[in-house]
Design a binder for this molecule. Structure first.
Ligand code: URA
Length: 247
């Protein structure tokens, strides 16, 4: 007993020489080096290490159907009373890596309720197939979901009313690449007045995707000399889909 008291006293002297001037009964001190509270004299909470939240991805099929339901038989702008037969929503794969955005439905699309089914649509199908994809592997939609009378350009209030639905389609599908078809789509998406001839040839960051503007297939039908430019743009699209860096 005397021995152990003597040993304890000596041990305390030794600790005193090291500068240890007291003990706390706090359990934090009871740990070993490397454990919680090591040698600091204070209770230190280790930050909780959390694994990153998995991205909650809403089922795109359900979400696209919900957006379509929200559009309903839309009367939000004047196009509903200017002769359109039906809403032309979008078509294709809900998980497409590649999305095409056109201007607005034409006569054939208004009749069938499907975007790009007329002559311009056939040209678009050829373009899609030229880069080794099938039409049902991409997603196709328009900025405006109703046919403007006499195929006139959509007006600013019509775009403002309708484009939120396109944004929701894009945010649901999360394509890696978006092709804006023609001046109107490119200008609407990029919020610029620049002509397509100035916009194309570059890749833009857009809503988490890479946006490639190109000529509208209807314009290509009238101006076959643009084929080379469209092909250059589509080669860029193919490279982007392959994960290559494109300027
Ligand atoms: N032109 C477009 O911009 N969209 C269509 O759906 C058809 C023709």
């Amino acid at each position: 007993m005397a021995d152990s008291r003597e040993q304890l006293a000596e041990h305390l002297r030794f600790l005193g020489e090291l500068g240890v001037d007291g003990f706390r009964r706090d359990r934090v001190w009871a740990g070993r080096p490397g454990e919680r509270g090591e040698g600091r004299g204070e209770r230190e909470e280790k930050p909780e290490v959390r694994s990153p939240e998995p991205e909650v991805r809403v089922d795109p099929v359900t979400e696209l159907a919900a957006i379509r339901d929200d559009i309903g038989d839309c009367t939000r702008c004047k196009l509903c009373s200017l002769g359109r037969k039906q809403i032309v929503y979008g078509v294709g794969s809900p998980t497409a890596g590649l999305m095409f955005v056109g201007e607005a439905p034409g006569r054939d699309e208004d009749i069938q309720g499907i975007p790009f089914v007329g002559r311009a649509g056939q040209k678009l199908t050829q373009i899609i197939e030229a880069i080794g994809l099938k039409r049902d592997e991409v997603y196709i939609a328009n900025v405006i979901k109703c046919r403007p009378p006499e195929n006139r350009n959509p007006e600013p209030d019509e775009v403002d009313t309708c484009e939120p639905f396109l944004f929701r389609q894009i945010d649901t599908i999360k394509p890696r690449v978006i092709v804006a078809l023609g001046t109107f789509a490119a200008r609407s998406l990029l919020k610029t007045d620049a002509p397509i001839s100035r916009l194309r040839g570059r890749v833009y960051d857009y809503r988490g995707a890479q946006l490639v503007p190109t000529f509208h297939p209807a314009y290509l039908l009238r101006n076959p000399s643009c084929r080379r430019d469209v092909w250059d743009d589509m080669k860029k699209v193919r490279s982007l889909l392959n994960g290559e860096t494109v300027v």
